[in-house]
Ligand binder design. Structure first.
Ligand SMILES: Cc1ncc(COP(=O)(O)O)c(C=O)c1O
Length: 485
């Protein structure tokens, strides 16, 4: 402890919040040992622990009062009450929803970001942090094919990235049409629900949304889109925003980006692409071929906490013309005047956030340590594993809703079953069997009103052994069901 401090009633009696080097080293060792044990046990530990206390209230262990505890005791509380409940998204057995990552190098970046606490929202306060985040935006923009003059922001995730993009689109629409009450948004019924939230937040009601029918591959039908725009124009409405998926959540479908962008261009409509899940497949050859045309989007979002395996809390919004971001989000305040002398655009000018987490370091560190090709290789592995799973599911007589475009497989068992209730019952049974076992986590959805299972392969820790285990569990579950009935 620092003994040179004046003893004064205005000062803390001891500087407990400013640990000595020895104390810091002691704490680091405990935390790092805990972290290494967690990683070491990932393969044996369950990916799904259930919700043992779903109605109970174990909060007393978390409650803050005058009572303090040792770091070891606190980590034990964390382990039992957080890590041993619900889902473990750091596990390779996590094939539900859209898996996130949890790279160790990213965690180290976060540690340093928190420790050094750079103020990454404003260039004046931390030019280095802002330049690092700008370099990441430049890299992501060039990856999707943007040329020059684009801008972007590192967000907390895809939902906020969608909100930022749609706010820009509405701001642009307002300058075009003066009033927005007759303005129409077109999207797929498979758009992520964060899109519908964002539409509500930007003050547009659901009557402004025209959902366009899908083709057999769950992609937005270009013919229907064109038709609907023509109908709306004739009715005196303002078609102002089209939203496409580059990897839908339910089935991983990629809408026909090039054709949709041509329609938007023809009618001067803002074109937004939600590539939260699919965007980073642009690192792979397969992905690049499937994602052609992304560079035409006026705005696009990607989630590094999906396709780059970062821990949760990392999204990106890119806008083709930087001025649309700054026109929407740049506000001045007299207490910020010193920072304006720099005449540099800051992240705070492109987002609703002012003070923000220095998100750049958690993404920059792994990309610089291992290089983008390492990430491409991992994504390629997931693509190969997906076609392996697809073929094996067909052999087990599962109905696969559509051929997987990227790494999501939506499937259900309905062989020789004609009654909807029975289809739903057997697939619910399969999911329950998997969750009870706990080694592989799948989630479900409703497609054509039928209970449908989904496997999404995106965790960097998912390998062939996990897919083989899933296939064994599915076969056993079918076997048990048939013996039961
Ligand atoms: C296609 C798509 N868009 C947007 C989101 C929302 O992203 P986030 O959960 O990072 O807010 C998701 C989440 O899974 C998604 O799959």
């Amino acid at each position: 402890m620092n003994n040179n401090t004046t003893k004064d009633s205005n000062y803390p009696q001891d500087l407990i919040l400013e640990e000595t080097k020895e104390q810091r080293e002691f704490m680091e060792k405990i935390v790092l040992d805990f972290g290494h044990k967690f990683i070491h046990n990932l393969e044996q530990d369950k990916v799904y622990h259930g919700h043992p206390d779903v109605h109970g209230d174990q909060l007393h262990e978390f409650e803050i009062d005058a009572h303090t505890q040792s770091l070891e005791e606190l980590l034990d509380t964390f382990d039992r009450n957080v890590l041993k409940t619900g889902l473990n998204p750091a596990s390779g057995g996590h094939l539900g929803y859209i898996p996130g990552g949890g790279l160790y190098s990213s965690a180290l970046g976060d540690f340093l970001a928190a420790l050094t606490n750079r103020y990454a929202g404003v260039f004046y306060a931390s030019p280095g942090a802002v330049k690092m985040e700008n370099a990441l935006i430049k890299w992501a923009g060039e990856l999707i094919g943007y040329d020059q003059g684009f801008g972007g922001n590192l967000t907390s995730g895809g939902s906020i990235a969608n909100l930022i993009a749609l706010t820009c689109a509405r701001h642009h629409g307002k300058t075009l049409f003066n009033e927005m009450s007759k303005s129409i948004i077109y999207c797929s019924p498979q758009a992520h629900h964060s899109i519908f939230k964002a539409i509500q937040i930007i003050g547009m009601d659901s009557y402004a949304i025209h959902k366009i029918p899908l083709d057999n591959a769950f992609k937005l039908s270009v013919a229907h889109l064109e038709q609907q725009i023509e109908v709306d124009l004739k009715a005196g409405l303002n078609p102002f925003l089209v939203i496409a998926n580059a990897g839908s959540t339910d089935v991983g479908a990629i809408d026909p980006i090039e054709q949709v962008s041509a329609i938007c261009k023809k009618h001067s409509i803002w074109f937004h692409v939600d590539a939260a899940y699919g965007g980073f497949f642009a690192l792979t050859k397969t992905g690049r071929d499937k994602l052609k045309g992304l560079q035409h989007a006026d705005s696009i979002i990607l989630d590094p906490h999906k396709g780059l395996f970062l821990p949760y809390g990392s999204g990106i919004v890119l806008v083709k013309k930087l001025k649309h971001l700054t026109n929407t989000f740049k506000f001045d305040a007299s207490y910020m005047q010193d920072s304006y002398k720099m005449d540099r655009i800051s992240p705070a000018d492109m987002s609703p956030e002012l003070s923000k987490h220095f998100r750049g370091l958690r993404m920059w560190l792994p990309l610089k340590l291992y290089g983008p090709q390492a990430f491409a290789n991992y994504l390629d592995e997931k693509l190969v594993l997906t076609s392996y799973l697809y073929t094996a599911l067909l052999k087990l007589n599962f109905h696969v809703v559509c051929e997987p475009e990227l790494t999501v497989v939506a499937f259900r068992y309905e062989a020789n079953i004609h009654e909807l209730g029975e289809i739903n019952r057997i697939n619910k049974f399969i999911l329950k069997t998997l969750l009870d076992d706990g080694r592989i986590f799948l989630s479900s959805t409703m497609i054509d009103d039928k209970f449908t299972l989904r496997a999404a392969l995106l965790s960097f820790r998912t390998h062939k052994n996990h897919i083989d285990l899933l296939l064994d569990l599915l076969a056993n579950s079918l076997d048990t069901y048939s013996k039961r009935s």
